[in-house]
Design a protein around this ligand. Structure first.
Ligand code: NDP
Ligand code: KPL
Length: 316
């Protein structure tokens, strides 16, 4: 795998999958996008994928297929569905996953390695987190603005030439990446951030600025951060509370117009990732005996939102 073009499939080629797929294709890797959004697939196959970043705009030519149409044997499969679709998506490409296929997940939330582990040996799973933002602006059109970073590690904690080669491929594509044995700290810290802002914005259908404008809502966000960090620490993960509080404070000040990905899901009538974020934190808190009343209350509110979306219940 070292020092050559990789055969890569991106499973879930929405905002993040398209961003990563486009960048890796531009760097010379053989990338195939796999998704179920028919309009998005058609636009990519007809016009190429439009990528807009702070560096400018370009069109990337690469194949985009439904998962069941894919007959390749990827060296690397990058999983970027929402977490609630992980299992269905992997099931649809199960026959394409060889013994040498590595699966990388930079999805938000907890439990990603465990879900992927139902399909791939732990020695071939890489998990991590990324701060790159991605927005699907329309079919065949992805935007990403601002800097980002990727922290990742193999799920079994083992270093290997393949892991380093995948990190090198990402860095070579301009996606700043490190192999980080402490990746679970980063994953939990991001869960603390998302557990606070994504859930409050989604429950209130508000951009980040709406939360920033209400002192008791700001305090709620910080209380959720403290709860998630307490659960992480009870689980032996050295999450840094003041660091995540500062990130949330910064987002409240600087990202007022931002719609967290979970809010985008609610507004589009899609089910959310609440179970793998607040839901997974509450489950861990209950196992470990940590009180998380605010995180639990937000989980309850988002379960109502998800339930209404699923049942098609509205107010009018
Ligand atoms: N967007 C962001 O800025 C960031 C997102 N993340 C995380 O990355 C992950 C992906 O997020 P994002 O890119 O925003 O999500 P998107 O919703 O934009 O993309 C997910 C894509 O997966 C598709 N999909 C759904 N089911 C399947 C399936 N069975 N097989 C193949 N594809 C499927 C969706 O199609 P359809 O829409 O038709 O269902 C959609 O096109 C999430 O875990 C998110 O939390 C992490 C960092 C930042
Ligand atoms: C991009 C970021 C960090 C912003 O909230 C995110 O993770 C999300 O929207 O889910």
């Amino acid at each position: 795998m070292t020092g050559k073009s990789l055969e890569i499939a991106v499973l879930g080629a929405g905002a993040m999958g398209s961003l990563f797929g486009a960048r890796l294709a531009l760097a010379g890797h053989a990338v195939t996008l796999l998704d179920v959004n028919a309009a998005h697939l058609a636009a990519i196959n007809e016009h190429g994928l439009k990528l807009v970043t702070d560096e400018g705009e370009c069109r990337v030519t690469l194949p985009a297929l439904r998962p069941e149409e894919y007959d390749g044997r990827p060296e690397l499969l990058i999983l970027f569905t929402k977490t609630l679709h992980t299992r269905a998506a992997l099931e649809s490409v199960r026959s394409r996953l060889g013994a040498d296929t590595w699966v990388l997940s930079l999805q938000n939330g907890l439990g990603n390695a465990e879900a992927i582990g139902e399909f791939v040996a732990p020695q071939r799973i890489i998990v991590g987190m990324t701060t790159y933002p991605g927005d699907l602006a329309g079919p065949g059109h992805v935007e990403s603005h601002g800097p980002g970073v990727i922290h990742m590690m193999s799920a079994d904690g083992a270093a290997s030439p393949e892991l380093n080669a995948i990190a090198a491929a990402l860095n070579g594509a301009g996606l700043v990446c490190d192999v980080d044995p402490g990746v679970h700290v980063s994953i939990w810290e991001k869960v603390a951030f998302n557990g606070a802002l994504n859930s409050i914005c989604s429950a209130t259908r508000s951009v980040v600025g709406g939360v920033a404008a209400v002192p008791v809502a700001r305090a709620l966000a910080l209380a959720v951060v403290d709860e998630v960090v307490a659960v992480a620490r009870a689980a032996g993960i050295a999450a840094d509370g003041p660091k995540v509080r500062a990130l949330v404070e910064h987002a409240l000040e600087a990202h007022g117009g931002h719609k967290p990905s979970m809010l985008q899901d609610v507004l589009a009538g899609r089910q959310t990732e609440i179970e793998s974020i607040n839901g997974a934190v509450v489950a861990a808190a209950d196992r470990l005996g940590v009180a998380v009343p605010n995180t639990r209350a937000l989980l309850a509110l988002l379960r109502v939102v998800d339930g209404n979306l699923k049942a098609g219940r509205g107010l009018d």
